[in-house]
Design a protein around this ligand. Structure first.
Ligand SMILES: *[C@@H]1O[C@H](CO)[C@@H](O)[C@H](O)[C@H]1NC(C)=O
Ligand SMILES: *[C@@H]1O[C@H](CO)[C@@H](O)[C@H](O)[C@H]1NC(C)=O
Ligand SMILES: *[C@@H]1O[C@H](CO)[C@@H](O)[C@H](O)[C@H]1NC(C)=O
Ligand SMILES: *[C@@H]1O[C@H](CO)[C@@H](O)[C@H](O)[C@H]1NC(C)=O
Ligand SMILES: *[C@@H]1O[C@H](CO)[C@@H](O)[C@H](O)[C@H]1NC(C)=O
Ligand SMILES: *[C@@H]1O[C@H](CO)[C@@H](O)[C@H](O)[C@H]1NC(C)=O
Length: 569
C-alpha cells in the first residue's frame, strides 16, 4: 500500500521539536460504563456459596493437621494447612515487610521529572486510532507475594521452582503488591497510564479450588478494592483469570506423566480441571463483571499445556465461559485470550521449504488454539501430525467454538528465524522451542532479546489472520541487577525497544490494515520471573530490601510516545 498516511501525516503535522510531554497524572476517577449486572443481581446464576476466611501459613509448621481443632471440617483450617504441607516448598519463609494493606501517598513531583529527550527518537507521523488501549501488564504470582497469607493455597508457580529456577527464601515475596497495590496503582496513575492488566489468583478466591467449596471473603474484598482503586485512580482494569498460577491440586500427582508441548505442567489436562475452572471463572466474572470491560481467560496456555488433552480443555473452557459470559450473564464487555508469539520468519523468503517451516512454526504455536477459536477451523495439520491424541474437532464442536473470542492477545518477547532441519518434526520435551536455544520443530531460533538479529519479513501467515488483537511486549535489560539505581533507571535499550515496537504497530495498522486495538508493556516493575528477580522487564526498579519503586526512563518514554500520538493530541 502507498504510504499515504505517513505522507499526509507529515505534511499536516510536521514533526516539530516540542517540549510538550504527556506523562502526566490521569484524571480521576475514570468515567465508567457498566459492563454487566452487579453481583447482587447475578449471584443466583451460581450455586449457593458460603464464604469464610482462613489464616496464614506459618513457616516451619510441621504439626500434622490432625492436631488442629477443626480436623473434621474438609474445608477447615487444618485441611487448609495441609495443602501447604503437601506442596512442601523449598525454604519457605514469609519474610515480606508488609502484612496489611498500605495506604497510598501522592507521588512526589520530584519523581515525575521528565528525562531528557533521546537524540534518536522515532520520527514517524502516524497517530493511534480512536479508542486505542494502552497499558501495563502484570500477573498475580509475579507481583503479589503473600503466597500463603490470608487464605491462599499453593499454585504451580511456587511448585515449579522446586525443580528449577533459583529457589530461596525471598523468591516467595515478589513485590508485595498484594499489600502495596494502592501505591502501585497511584504510581501508574501519576504518570498517566490508561489500562492496568493484572491477574486474579484462583487459589486466593477459592482456596479449595472446586465447586461446592467455600469462597475466601478476604480475597473477594481484596480484588474488589483493587478494581475500585484502579477506577478511582483514573485507570481501567483488564483482568486475566489464570496466569501461570494453576492451583497445585491439579498437578500434585503429575510428575511422571508424559510431557509433549509447553515448558511447565499447567494442569489443564487434569479431568477435574474444566468444571472447576468454569465455576471459578463464573464466580469472578459475577463478582467484578460490572466494572471490568476486558477479560482474558488464559495467559499463554501453550507455554504450559503439556499434551493434547490440555489443549482441548483450554479451548473448550474458553468457549464455554465466552458463551456463558455473553449469553447467560449477558456481559457487555469482551472475552479474549493471550498467547505468546515468537513469530517466525523464513531465513530465505525465496525458499519454499523455509517459508513452509516458518508457517508451520507459527501455526503450531499460535494457530493450534486461535484457528479453532477465531476461525472455527480444526487444528492445523502440523499440530495434528506432531502431537499424540490431537483428535480433530467435529463440525458441531467447531460451530460452538468458532468465533467464541472477542479479541486476541499476542505476547511478543522475541522473534524466530525458520530454517528446516533434517529429520521429522518432533515435539520438544522441554520449552527449547520457545526459549530459542535449540533447533527443535525444525526451526533455527534467534533470540532478539539477547544478542541476535531478527528478520521481520517473509511470506509467512500471521498478520491479520485472526482479526482484532492487541500486543503485549517487554524487554529485559541484560545485567540490570548489577547496576546502581541511576544506571538502572537509564534503560535506554528498553525505551528504544518499546518505541520501535510501537512504531511497527502503527505501520501495521496504517500500512497493512491490521486491526490492533491496544498495546501493553510487560511489566509494571522488575518482578519475580519464575524463581529469580534477574529478568528486568520493569518500567520501574524495585529495591529488594525496602520494596521501594523508582521509575525508569522507559516508563516516561512509553507513555509519552503513545499519548503524543492519540487522536485528541
Ligand atoms: C535452602 O536452605 C538450605 C538449608 O538452610 C540451604 O542449604 C540451601 O542453600 C537453600 N536453598 C536455596 C536454593 O537457597
Ligand atoms: C488431578 O486433580 C485431582 C483433583 O485435584 C488430583 O487429586 C489429582 O492428583 C490430579 N491428577 C494429577 C495427575 O495430578
Ligand atoms: C513471496 O511473496 C512474493 C510476493 O507475494 C512472491 O513473489 C514470492 O514468490 C513468494 N515466495 C515464496 C517462496 O512463496
Ligand atoms: C531450500 O532450503 C533447503 C534447506 O535449507 C535446502 O536444502 C534447499 O537446497 C533450498 N532450496 C533452494 C531452491 O534453494
Ligand atoms: C492418549 O490417550 C490415551 C487414551 O486416553 C491415553 O492412555 C494416553 O496416555 C494418551 N497419550 C498422551 C501422550 O497423552
Ligand atoms: C536499597 O535500599 C537500601 C536501604 O535504603 C540502600 O542501602 C540500597 O543502596 C538500595 N539499593 C539500591 C540498588 O539503590
Amino acid at each position: 500500500m502507498v504510504n499515504l498516511n505517513r505522507l499526509l501525516g507529515c505534511v499536516v503535522w510536521p514533526v516539530a521539536i516540542t517540549t510538550a510531554h504527556y506523562a502526566e497524572s490521569a484524571p480521576k476517577p475514570t468515567a465508567t460504563s457498566t459492563y454487566g449486572r452487579p453481583y447482587s443481581e447475578v449471584s443466583s446464576l451460581l450455586p449457593p456459596l458460603r464464604t469464610t476466611t482462613w489464616g496464614s501459613f506459618e513457616p516451619g509448621t510441621t504439626a500434622t493437621p490432625s492436631k488442629r481443632a477443626d480436623d473434621n471440617d474438609p474445608f477447615g483450617e487444618a485441611q487448609w494447612t495441609s495443602s501447604w504441607l503437601a506442596a512442601d516448598l523449598l525454604n519457605y519463609t514469609t519474610v515480606g515487610i508488609y502484612t496489611t494493606t498500605v495506604a497510598a501517598t501522592p507521588v512526589p513531583s520530584s519523581e515525575l521529572v521528565f528525562p531528557p529527550a533521546l537524540p534518536f527518537a522515532e520520527k514517524d507521523c502516524y497517530n493511534f486510532p480512536e479508542g486505542f488501549m494502552f497499558g501495563i501488564a502484570t500477573s498475580a504470582s509475579q507481583q503479589e507475594g503473600a503466597i500463603a497469607l490470608e487464605g491462599r493455597t499453593p499454585t504451580i508457580s511456587e511448585t515449579i521452582m522446586k525443580g528449577g529456577g533459583v529457589s530461596g527464601a525471598t523468591n516467595y515475596v515478589a513485590n508485595e503488591h498484594y499489600y502495596l497495590y494502592k501505591q502501585d496503582i497511584e504510581r501508574m496513575a501519576a504518570i498517566g497510564a490508561e489500562y492496568f492488566s493484572f491477574s486474579i489468583s484462583w487459589a486466593r478466591i477459592l482456596p479449595f479450588i472446586f465447586p461446592d467449596t467455600p469462597v475466601n471473603q478476604e480475597a473477594v474484598d481484596h480484588y474488589d478494592d483493587v478494581i475500585n482503586t484502579v477506577l478511582n485512580a483514573g485507570l481501567k482494569p483488564m483482568v486475566t483469570l489464570i496466569h501461570f498460577d494453576t492451583p497445585y491440586a491439579f498437578v500434585r500427582d503429575s510428575v511422571d506423566l508424559d510431557f509433549q508441548i509447553g515448558g511447565w505442567r499447567g494442569g489443564y489436562d487434569n479431568v477435574t480441571f474444566p468444571d472447576a475452572y468454569l465455576h471459578y471463572a463464573k464466580l469472578v466474572m459475577s463478582l467484578y463483571g460490572d466494572r471490568v470491560s476486558h477479560w482474558i481467560t488464559f495467559n499463554e496456555p501453550m507455554a504450559h499445556t503439556n499434551n493434547a488433552e490440555g489443549v482441548r480443555n483450554v479451548i473448550t473452557c474458553h468457549a464455554d465461559i465466552w458463551h456463558w459470559y455473553h449469553e447467560t450473564y449477558e456481559g457487555k464487555g469482551m472475552v479474549g485470550m493471550k498467547q505468546f508469539d515468537y513469530f517466525s520468519a523464513p531465513l530465505d523468503p525465496s525458499n519454499a521449504s523455509h517459508v513452509q517451516t516458518a508457517n508451520d512454526f507459527n501455526d503450531f504455536w499460535t494457530g493450534t488454539i486461535y484457528r479453532p477459536l477465531c476461525l472455527g477451523e480444526d487444528y492445523p495439520s502440523i499440530y495434528k501430525t506432531s502431537i499424540a491424541n490431537a483428535t480433530a474437532f467435529t463440525e458441531e464442536e467447531l460451530s460452538y467454538i468458532g468465533g467464541s473470542i472477542d479479541f486476541i492477545g499476542l505476547d511478543m518477547y522475541g522473534g524466530t528465524i525458520a530454517l528446516p532441519q533434517p529429520g521429522n518434526f518432533t515435539p520438544s520435551p522441554s520449552l527449547k522451542c520457545i526459549s530459542m536455544s535449540g533447533t527443535c520443530f525444525g526451526v533455527d531460533l534467534v533470540d532478539v532479546t539477547n544478542a541476535g538479529w531478527t528478520v521481520g519479513f517473509g511470506n509467512t501467515s500471521g498478520g491479520n489472520t485472526y482479526s482484532t488483537g492487541f500486543f503485549q511486549f517487554g524487554f529485559s535489560n541484560p545485567g540490570d541487577s548489577e547496576k546502581d539505581l541511576d544506571d538502572a533507571r537509564l534503560d535506554v535499550a528498553s525505551s528504544l525497544f518499546i518505541t520501535n515496537v510501537l512504531t511497527e504497530l502503527l505501520e501495521s495498522i496504517w500500512e497493512d490494515g491490521c486491526n490492533i486495538i491496544g498495546a501493553f508493556v510487560w511489566t509494571l516493575t522488575d518482578d519475580w520471573e519464575f524463581g529469580t528477580y534477574e529478568g528486568r522487564y520493569g518500567l520501574q526498579t524495585v529495591n529488594r530490601t525496602t520494596q521501594e519503586r523508582s521509575y525508569k526512563r522507559s516508563f516516561f518514554d512509553y507513555v509519552d510516545f503513545v499519548k503524543s500520538r492519540l487522536p485528541n493530541h
